[in-house]
Design a protein around this ligand. Structure first.
Ligand code: ASP
Length: 338
């Protein structure tokens, strides 16, 4: 095959080895494993090179610095390769895939994130198929956006969430259909892939993420919002995981005070739902009206992963409070539907 893909190995279970303290990444271990996979050298596969991060990380330790590292590699090598496969731990994979989708504007090549639940060095590893199929998807170029391949499904990266700690189908895309299913053939759902005719407005543009002071508060029965007041004052942005369509308890005026205070300080308050599936509809219930009155921003059907990384992206771009409010509620990379 006359295609070239760059594999970016950031760490994660796929290339881990057992240690006295449990699985941990080890330099060179992944390359040694994949060099033994005969399929990867078939002439029906793309040619590939690999870049390995140093240090390799368990993705629990991935932060904005690693998002910047991945995005910078893609931007630097963009012209040389037809597509990119990012090997990543599953724990924060949905955050990284979401972040990259915002950071890489005008992307017109596939960036496929994948990993595995069982390391390649163990029997029954799911890493073998995940890596082979991801390479094929990255070379094929039908889906030219940041996506995530895992457990036979290809999803839009910023629509995903880690759904199972032990199932081989570890990810779901609760509010958007799969972009492809890998059965005997890889069947793409072209109707759901981003329409690049509309998306591409110029050269690839990279926005690096800066450290942002964000908070995520999950509402629960009995939550005392007053407890959060001292930390909310320090935040650049707050994401509220509310009940249902964007409802909050009304027994405690502290939340409205908190949001009013946040708005006085130009701190964005974004309302997401803690339901695994569905959308925020602010104002649908009286119990959510305080959020509307206080000027909270609707996250619609964005995952918390997408909301956190989108807010980080907009803050890193230096957007004004008004621009953040408008853009958070706008569909930038296929991350939300209204
Ligand atoms: N803790 C691991 C990580 O996120 C889990 C995995 O890769 O599946 O790196």
């Amino acid at each position: 095959m006359d295609k070239k893909v760059l594999i970016i190995n950031t760490g994660g279970t796929i290339g881990m080895v057992p240690t006295d303290n449990g699985y941990a990444p080890k330099k060179g271990a992944l390359l040694a494993e994949i060099e033994q996979i005969r399929d990867l050298n078939s002439d029906r596969m793309p040619a590939w090179d690999m870049i390995e991060f140093d240090p390799l990380l368990d993705s629990t330790n991935v932060r904005y610095e690693q998002w910047n590292m991945i995005a910078k590699v893609v931007a630097k090598k963009y012209a040389k390769y037809d597509g990119f496969v990012v090997l990543h731990g599953t724990d924060t994979l949905a955050y990284s895939a979401s972040a990259l989708s915002f950071m890489l504007e005008n992307l017109d090549k596939p960036v496929v994130f994948t990993g595995s639940q069982i390391p390649l060095c163990e029997i029954r590893s799911d890493g073998r198929d995940n890596i082979i199929t991801s390479l094929m998807i990255a070379a094929c170029g039908v889906v030219r956006e940041v996506c995530l391949y895992f457990g036979n499904s290809l999803y839009r990266g910023n629509r995903t969430t880690k759904y199972s700690a032990d199932d081989m189908v570890a990810f779901s895309s609760p509010n958007y259909p799969a972009l492809a299913k890998a059965g005997i053939d890889i069947k793409y759902s072209k109707a759901h892939v981003l329409d690049k005719g509309f998306e591409i407005k110029g050269e690839l543009e990279l926005t690096e993420i800066k450290e942002c002071k964000l908070g995520v508060i999950k509402v629960f029965p009995g939550v005392q919002f007053g407890l959060f007041k001292p930390i909310v004052q320090e935040m650049d942005g707050l994401i509220l995981e509310t009940f249902g369509t964007g409802n909050i308890p009304t027994y405690d005026p502290a939340l409205t005070e908190l949001i009013n205070e946040a708005f006085r300080r130009d701190t964005a308050v974004v309302v997401c739902t803690q339901c695994p599936q569905g959308s925020v509809r602010l104002g649908a219930y009286e119990a959510g009206s305080a959020l509307v009155d206080a000027g909270a921003i609707s996250g619609f059907d964005m995952t918390t992963e997408a909301a956190v990384t989108k807010l980080s992206f907009l803050l890193s771009r230096g957007c004004s409070f008004e621009a953040i409010r408008t853009l958070m509620e706008m569909n930038l990379r296929g991350e939300l539907s209204k």
